[in-house]
Design a protein around this ligand. Structure first.
Ligand code: PXP
Length: 252
């Protein structure tokens, strides 16, 4: 199995968070994206939120112009975001739930309840050539619904697994990991491409990276934080190393 059978998408949202804290031009998320690309990222992920709290429309213009690796454009299922995605036609669009008051994307998308609406929403994106991914919890009903609406990819939300690890609740963590593993297998059996992400760190990445059905991990907040201490290039390289080791079955 070649190393990049497991792709790393580096999410650069929080470079923009730091920039926006002062409202100026630095740190520049486009520069971060280019560095991540050179350090081994297979793609760059950016979430244009409705409130533009981190990534801005200008950042998306800049990323589309500057990147040589694919852009994974995360967005809520709104008309405004659909128009922006159709204007740029990024390689991938990941549909995520969005609440104004949340600090981060707290849960997965409720696909099962919004099936018709979402099927109509993603059809033009697929027609435009974007690979559509749906960010969901490890729940068979959501996976089946994502499959029925015509998504090509699901991204499994690893936030609960990482939170349990951080809280030291290892029984809950391992139960969630088991659920993620089973759901990766289930989604793959339906013909869906399986990605995973949210909250992953050097400590939590290996077991998820070892799932054979998972072909992409999207990681942001931890890497941007780690970059403060060791620089973005070594931070990304270390994540790549841990992912590749887990994939080969090495104990990290
Ligand atoms: N995947 C999706 C769909 C996300 O919404 C996010 C957070 O924006 C991530 C992955 C990355 O999560 P984190 O920044 O916690 O690594």
């Amino acid at each position: 199995m070649s190393q990049n059978d497991l792709r790393l998408g580096v999410n650069i949202d929080h470079v923009a968070t730091v920039r926006n804290a002062r409202g100026g031009a630095y740190p520049d998320p486009i520069r971060a994206a280019k560095l991540a690309e050179e350090a081994g990222a297979d793609g760059i992920t950016a979430h244009l939120r409705e409130d533009r709290r981190h990534i801005t429309d200008g950042d998306i213009d800049g990323l589309m112009a500057a990147l040589t690796v694919p852009l994974n454009f995360e967005m809520a299922a709104t008309d405004e975001m659909q128009k922006i995605a159709l204007r740029h036609k990024p390689h991938a669009v990941c549909i995520v739930p969005e609440k104004r008051e949340e600090r981060t994307t707290e849960g997965g998308l409720e696909v099962a309840r919004e099936e018709n609406k979402l099927a109509h929403f993603i059809a033009p994106l697929r027609d435009a050539g974007c690979r559509v991914s749906i960010f969901i919890a490890a729940d068979p009903a959501q996976i089946e619904a994502a499959h029925r609406i015509g998504a090509e990819v699901i991204e499994l939300h690893t936030g609960a697994y990482c939170d349990h690890h951080a809280e030291g609740d290892f029984a809950a963590r391992d139960a969630e990991l088991e659920r993620l593993r089973d759901m990766a297998t289930f989604a793959h059996s339906l013909g869906l491409e399986v990605h995973a992400g949210h909250g992953l760190t050097y400590e939590t990445v290996a077991p998820v990276a070892a799932f054979p059905e998972v072909v992409e991990l999207n990681i942001g907040h931890f890497l941007i934080g780690e970059a403060v201490f060791r620089g973005l290039t070594p931070a990304v390289q270390e994540m790549r190393r841990l992912m590749d080791a887990a994939r080969r079955g090495d104990v990290a």
